[in-house]
Design a protein around this ligand. Sequence first.
Ligand code: SF4
Length: 227
Amino acid sequence: MASTRSPFTEITEREHALASADLKTVGWKPALSASQARQDAIAGLIASTVSSSIACKEGCWYCCYLKVEVRAEEVFQIVEVVRTKFRPTQQQRLQDQAAENAKTLQGLSREQQLTANLKCPLLEDGKCSVYAVRPARCRTLHAKDAAGCKKGWEEPDNLSIPHTLVPALLYTAEAHLQGSRLAFAEAGFDSRVYELNAALAMALKDSTAKRRYEKHKRAFVELPCKA
Ligand code: SF4
């Protein structure tokens, strides 16, 4: 008999099961990396079936001016790369820029935050400096035409600019994300959603945030979040 479950549910349940198994056997860091690899693999598979090709490529950065929502484990994964690969001056610059962006965003309404057009502090020379460990949200956006992304960046307040994001890629990425997030939540980890700049600045400044996370407590106690 054919399954009555939607593809969304099937993807969510599959990712939930796989991430839960990894969390039990290998711990949160490899579990996160494996989940990211699966997200990229699904995206690659779907992209190969889309009639017109995906315009996203290295050096295209318009979407790196959008507000990014992250989970705590994604932030600690980025911080680990920053601590091992970035020079001390680069680390300080990143922390300062993230804190400055976070301060700017705090003074804005939710709607204003969506059109603030702030450069992600991890964007360097037009490229993501932590590409391999970029957050799931950054892996979600795939456009068929960069012209719309460019126009959106040039006119951030103009919400009527049509985008060319691929619906199937958005749909599967969201389903994947829900499965992964649920697995981490069930394993006892902080599954709140934070804003990238604020969480990154805090994680770089305060090493106790990661310890709290690993003890299954709220990672960023002072930051606003979505449950
Ligand atoms: S983390 Fe990387 S991909 Fe995501 S917005 Fe920042 S620079 Fe862009």
